[in-house]
Design a protein around this ligand. Sequence first.
Ligand code: HSE
Length: 425
Amino acid sequence: MNHALLALPTTAPERSVRTIRVALAGCGAVGGQFLALLRAQSASIAAARGIRAEITRVLVRSTDLPRAVPLPPHILTADVESFLRSPADVVVEAIGGIDPALRIAHAAIATGRGFITANKALVAEHGAALEQLAARHAAGLRFEAAVAGGVPVIRVLRDAIAHDEVRSIAGILNGTTNYILTRMETGASFAAALADAQANGFAEADPSRDLDGRDSADKIRILAWLAFGTSPSTLLPERRGLLPAPDALTSAAAAAGGAVRLIAETTRLDGGVSAVVEPVLVSGSSEFARTAAQDNLILVDSAWTGRLALAGAGAGGRPTASSLLADLLDATPRPPRRDAASTPLRGVADPRAFRWLIATTAPPPQARDFSAGERIGMEDVLPHAFDRRTHVLTEPCTRARVDALLRRIHHAGFAADWLRCELKQ
Ligand code: HSE
């Protein structure tokens, strides 16, 4: 077996570094984490992409609040007009809502700057018009962070399967309601679960947008736009949210052996495109039921690729910040490929230890001797053999060590199959 992980370079290759000036609107759960991520990754971004992102201005609600990432006071402003005049190559928007986000988008795009946003309401209402404006001004418009937090569904629709014919998209697109529903399944009250979702930075500033399905509706409109070309401002999904009685809903679902999930769907039909957001009673063993906490799950069905499932953290500052940063880096030209000589990546052995299930033609005493010879303890010799072979479960050990054991068995003239074991002990 030749299993290897990629080692990270220990020294950054020499390259010239270009400064990109970034003005950031919003320094809350998402904006604050975007700053933290930029700071944490600045050296690797400079080394890998030849870019240094310099934050030139941050628009905040109040300049007096304490901040997780300290910023020089002269960078902060609570004045939108002053923010619009910021020296910047790219504007990143994480304030949400339409005003002043739309003004900021217009000002950035009309002056040929990049505009990167996490704002689904803005993209759902004005995305198509902003895209036309961006085309006229050769400005970049990107919004990976607007749908499903850290899950790169926009890239999948725009790039990976852009050539395909999407038939339908169905997903859990709101982390807050999913968090509430799954917390209630383990006994939390609706009010407590909502309060926790807010404290964790999952919920919208106005959480009724999460609860009544408007947030999910905005996201499915954006996905339908990318998949089917339907103008998002004209597609109005049928919508029912969790209110008014989520406690009753979840209890009834549990009694029926299922679970409630808030599901957004869009489907291409003969006469157009349908879109619906509604709570659905799903089977307890379904992928939707297994999507827990603030995670999102998006199922895309297309004519050629077939079914794609994308899952991950759909809400929260860190994953959403990661999508913003990916867009920021994509909005700037890629440096030429590094040549192999300047890329000190080498393969190293997988250092992780696992338990291994080994099925061998060696009888149990010999199997024990082989393991003892490699100093690998046997956790178990399975009492009910499934065939005539001896089945043993090793103690946790690395691939290299189990390889040595398998070689020893083979050299002694016995056959052996093996499986990495991830069963709980
Ligand atoms: N409030 C949103 C959610 C944030 O809970 O999914 C991410 O868009």
